[in-house]
Design a protein around this ligand. Structure first.
Ligand code: KG4
Ligand code: ZN
Length: 375
């Protein structure tokens, strides 16, 4: 195959405009971003189409339905992002798209759309790691100096990352099974609370007693910063089965579950803070929490209290930047373009793509084998 853009192409000097495309889970999103320098960016548009309605009857994201929905909507979403930014396609300097990790059908939809645009416009393709987008997402809201410790808690990921600089990330902890949001969604499904489960569990938890039902705290006391939620989720299902299924039972189980997640989050994060401090010494000053689960007020309160005790400032970017969006993909793509790190058109979509490959290979938190480390 002829290589149209080689990785050794000359670096493009900012300012420039980059289109970002995101389709790795259940949000179809596109965004145009002006990149002047690392900490000087402007979001010209950010369009997000959620698939909550499509997945609600199943109580969770169905990969096949997600892929079809991305495929149907992606061109309109891109068009809307271009129109909203009030630019022409030819004004773009590069096309960025999530090329993993994620649900492969969705990733392929977005990446193919990006390849088509890159090819027809004659612009470089920037294949972005979705996790790198999340790692940089606090910078969409306001300048945030490196290094910072990032707790990413969403429906797809639960990770603690030291964000050392552009392209330089150390994984300190990761879930070995379910993501925190998944545990919220599956617990909600068991109790018939609707999808997405997190906000509903939070609502019911406000009416219950957080100490009424004994639930496990997975990995409590372990000398690492990994998470596990599968056992907690099963314990919730058992507690619900054993209950009288009343509203009081619902409220008490939700409150006890949220309390257990809060305890786990606090303890695991405390371990990661120690690691972060030993990596960066006096420079270890900032803690960022991102992802849909970060919307939970009780969890935020626990983390705020932890940061106060540990002498870190807590940053919680507005939810529109820390849940899945394409502006974070455009930002990570623009940083790649500024560094001359562009991709060939035959770049692959990757269901697995650890951000910190060294940590993933040396200490795989989950999923290893023929297919390689997952996180
Ligand atoms: O980052 P996000 O929007 O996207 C994906 O992971 O795709 O996160 C969605 C997750 C869902 O699992 C949802 O139940 C959870 O975030 N979530 C919450 C709350 N709001 C959303 N979990 C707990 N409490 C909330 N208030
Ligand atoms: Zn995500």
């Amino acid at each position: 195959m002829t290589t149209i853009f080689s990785k050794t192409a000359t670096t493009l000097t900012p300012p420039f405009l980059v289109l970002g495309i995101e389709s790795s889970c259940d949000e179809t999103a596109a965004s145009v971003l002006r990149y002047t320098k690392e900490d000087d960016i402007e979001i010209l548009s950010s369009i997000i189409a959620s698939q909550d309605e499509e997945h609600a009857p199943f109580g969770g994201v169905v990969p096949e339905i997600a892929a079809r929905a991305h495929m149907q909507k992606i061109d309109y979403i891109i068009e809307a992002a271009i129109n909203d930014a009030n630019i022409e396609y030819t004004d773009l300097a590069g096309i960025a798209a999530t090329s993993g990790p994620g649900l492969i059908g969705g990733v392929i939809s977005g990446l193919l759309a990006a390849k088509g645009l890159a090819l027809s416009l004659g612009r470089p393709l920037l294949a972005v790691n979705h996790l790198e987008g999340h790692a940089l997402s606090p910078r969409l809201a306001a300048p945030c100096a490196f290094p910072y410790l990032l707790l990413l808690v969403s429906g797809g990921h639960t990770q603690l990352l030291s964000v050392n600089g552009l392209g330089d990330y150390t994984r300190l902890g990761s879930t070995v099974d379910d993501a925190a949001g998944e545990a919220f969604d599956k617990s909600a499904k068991v109790m018939g609370l609707g999808f997405p489960g997190g906000p509903n569990v939070e609502k019911w938890a406000a009416k219950g007693d957080p100490n009424s039902i004994p639930l496990p705290r997975p990995f409590k006391g372990k000398d690492h910063a990994d998470f596990s939620f599968a056992g907690l989720k099963t314990a919730v299902a058992r507690a619900w089965e054993a209950s009288d299924k009343s509203d009081i039972a619902k409220a008490n189980i939700c409150a006890s579950f949220q309390n257990a997640v809060g305890d786990v989050m606090r303890e695991r994060t405390l371990r990661a803070i120690a690691m972060f401090k030993s990596l960066h010494g006096e420079l270890a000053k900032r803690f960022v929490v991102a992802g849909g689960v970060a919307a939970n007020k009780a969890l935020r309160a626990r983390l705020t209290e932890l940061c106060d005790t540990e002498g870190l400032s807590l940053l919680a970017p507005p939810l529109k930047f820390c849940t899945d969006n394409a502006a974070m993909i455009a930002l990570a793509g623009a940083a790649k373009l500024a560094a001359g790190d562009i991709d060939d058109l035959d770049v692959a979509a990757r269901p697995r793509w650890p951000l910190d490959q060294r940590a993933a290979s040396a200490n795989p938190a989950s999923g290893y084998g023929k297919k390689g480390p997952k996180s």
